[in-house]
Design a protein around this ligand. Structure first.
Ligand code: DC
Length: 218
């Protein structure tokens, strides 16, 4: 069983990359952001407070990882609410437990999020940290919003990205940071195909090492 842990800030391209990698290796993929988003959406829909940890934990325990719908959960305000509730330690514990069960699926898994290499799967065979400059990430997110018929301006999107970084990197429990043994990939100057090639080379090198037959010393 192989686990590939992929972390990075919002809009760095880790979601698309993770899906492509999972497809290429025939592994199961879990976008762990969706687990936080699903809890956030439930709270928003039910007009429940975003800071009641007991309620959030109760909802987290009912979440079906197989039924998370990216299209429904991708709304900007759900992402903002997810980032807010993600500071609650007991909620994180409940979601991390479910994520770890997923990570044990055969023949292998790709999990992406903020704390996969550091907390959820510290023993993952491969850890990638995908990043890009805030301006580049904001530009990509802006294009995405406009292309899907939304209305916004670049300044607003950049402001949101910076705020989200601050919250995700600054929280006390499981802040976003590269694991010590993570491979860093800066996609500022790369398109998704180039990032995919770089990631694949790193993963292939690690997997090849793992299957090398043990040789008796000469
Ligand atoms: O990756 P995303 O935009 O779908 O994530 C939404 C929020 O969920 C993110 O701002 C912080 C939180 N999150 C987290 O704290 N830990 C994870 N492993 C994944 C997401």
């Amino acid at each position: 069983m192989t686990t590939i842990a992929i972390d990075g800030p919002a809009a760095a391209g880790k979601g698309t990359l993770s899906r492509l990698l999972a497809g290429a290796y025939g592994f199961h993929h879990l976008d762990t952001g969706l687990t936080y988003r699903a809890v956030a959406k439930y709270l928003l829909d039910a007009a429940l407070p975003l800071d009641d940890e007991d309620v959030a934990v109760e909802i987290a325990r009912t979440i079906e990882l197989a039924g998370l719908d990216r299209a429904v959960l991708s709304a900007h305000e759900i992402g903002e609410a997810a980032s807010r509730i993600a500071v609650m330690p007991e909620l994180r514990k409940a979601l991390v437990e479910a994520q770890r069960v997923f990570a044990r699926r055969q023949p292998g898994t790709v999990l992406d999020g903020r704390d996969i290499g550091t907390v959820v799967c510290p023993d993952a065979e491969v850890k990638l940290y995908i990043t890009a400059s805030p301006a580049i990430r904001a530009g990509r997110r802006y294009e995405e919003i406009i292309a899907t018929g939304g209305e916004t301006d670049f300044g607003t999107v950049l402001g949101d990205i910076l705020k989200r970084d601050e919250r995700d990197m600054g929280r006390a429990d499981s802040p976003l940071k590269p694991a010590e043994d993570a491979h860093l990939i800066d996609t500022s100057e790369m398109d998704i195909e180039a990032a995919f090639d770089v990631a694949r080379d790193i993963i292939d090198a690690v997997l090849e090492q793992d299957v090398l037959p043990l040789r008796a010393p000469d």
